[in-house]
Design a protein around this ligand. Structure first.
Ligand SMILES: C[S@@+](CC[C@H](N)C(=O)[O-])C[C@H]1O[C@@H](n2cnc3c(N)ncnc32)[C@H](O)[C@@H]1O
Length: 388
């Protein structure tokens, strides 16, 4: 055990610990923790080591100073047969036999040190306490920057959306005349204003954003708001996504909670423009509910609620798959939905022009297996047919 003490002491002295896991407990008792992870973090300006004890149905935390940390780990090693220490310079695997014989294996490091400041608290792109004119006008925060309690979910949703936007920034190619962006089904446009604020005021990008929606009163209100805020390159238009002809070339298409096949209409437009980036949060995926049929899956499909969920999953997988066939790299990520319902997925697609035969085969097989004829395929017409 002395060897372990020596190794950890050295790692702590060099401030090199990234994190570690103690596992393979000697006594398999559901009442006690089965695994312990330890990571350094900054708490109130001090560095501490946070121990996370994982029980069968709960986790407990304990924060210890450096001096106490070593002592505690040594006590824990009486209970565990294995330890994995990830440090800046090496990974150490500690193996302790039944008779407490110790073996330490040293391997090249596999983890990068994280900024401990990041572990301190979730850093939002928009911060509470910093009054922001667009958030004040939309009624999310007051003049002092305090987020109204009933709008806190909205505030989190806006921040989550901006994190997604931050991630796709490398794919947005700068254009002399500005990057053209459309938000289809913008509604009250919390996220459209946030997007403009982030791209123009924070990232200093030259952009033209259009928000499109069917609702005349909402669009008029949003145009007034954009004018008041001095958001000169943000315009709102009334119209139906499918028949929109107000732009020749669009670089990024956003469509958040546009119901049912309105999402497909938006994705079809995006593909038609060869948009570099698409961010889409679908909802109300009803179309395939009436179509899906498969005898093998009868035990699932005979229950309305499961069929509904299955239809939504199939709809979004097909969307991602068709995007792949059309030359996009598509991912499905978790988003925050206001009602915390299962409608919390985001399709993120970036243009790569790489198409694999695999994506085409997968799509054809799934279509046949479930006897479906998706609107998205029909909307894309010959453009997709040629590839199948
Ligand atoms: C649930 S709201 C979402 C608003 C906003 N995007 C958000 O996520 O907060 C859906 C919006 O899409 C609009 N919409 C639905 N179908 C549309 C279509 N075919 N063309 C244009 N807008 C549409 C609706 O009018 C509504 O305002």
């Amino acid at each position: 055990m002395e060897k372990i003490h020596e190794m950890i002491e050295k790692v702590l002295k060099e401030e090199a610990l990234i994190d570690c896991v103690l596992s393979n407990i000697r006594k398999k008792d559901p009442e006690i923790y089965q695994k312990v992870t330890i990571r350094p973090l900054i708490l109130k300006e001090d560095k501490v080591y946070q121990f996370t004890y994982s029980y069968q149905k709960k986790v407990m935390h304990e924060n210890l100073k450096k001096e106490e940390m070593l002592e505690k780990v040594m006590v824990l090693f009486e209970q565990f047969k294995q330890g994995q220490f990830f440090t800046k310079d090496a990974d150490y695997q500690i193996l302790i036999s039944k008779k407490f014989k110790v073996k330490i294996l040293k391997k090249p490091p596999t983890k990068k040190a994280t900024n401990l400041e990041h572990n301190r608290k979730k850093k939002y792109i928009l911060s509470e306490g910093e009054p922001n004119p667009f958030l004040i006008r939309l009624g999310v925060m007051n003049e002092k920057g305090k987020v109204l309690s009933k709008k806190f979910d909205k505030f989190r949703q806006i921040n989550r959306f901006l994190e997604m936007v931050e991630d796709i920034m490398p794919y947005l190619k700068k254009k002399d005349k500005g990057v053209n962006i459309i938000d289809f089904g913008c509604g009250k446009s919390y996220l459209t204003f946030a997007l403009y604020h982030y791209l123009v005021e924070v990232s200093k990008l030259n952009v033209n954003i259009i928000g499109l929606d069917l609702k005349k009163d909402v669009i008029e209100h949003c145009n007034e708001l954009a004018k008041d805020l001095g958001y000169d390159d943000l315009k709102f238009m009334i119209g139906d996504i499918e028949h929109f002809t107000g732009a020749d070339k669009v670089d990024m298409v956003v469509t958040l909670h546009a119901c049912d096949t309105a999402t497909d209409a938006a994705l079809t437009k995006a593909i038609g423009w060869d948009a570099d980036v698409i961010l889409s949060v679908p909802c109300c995926q009803h179309e395939l509910f009436k179509q899906i049929h498969n005898d093998v899956m009868k035990p699932i499909l005979k229950h309305g609620i499961l069929k509904e969920r299955m239809s939504a999953i199939v709809t979004d997988s097909i969307r991602a798959n068709i995007l792949e066939i059309m030359g996009y790299q598509a991912q499905i990520l978790e988003f925050i939905d206001m009602e915390h319902t299962p409608k919390n997925l985001l399709i993120r697609a970036v243009k790569t022009n790489k198409v694999t035969q695999e994506a085409i085969e997968e799509y054809k097989k799934l279509k046949t297996f479930l006897s479906i004829d998706p609107y998205f395929e029909r909307a894309l017409g010959d453009g997709l047919k040629r590839k199948l």
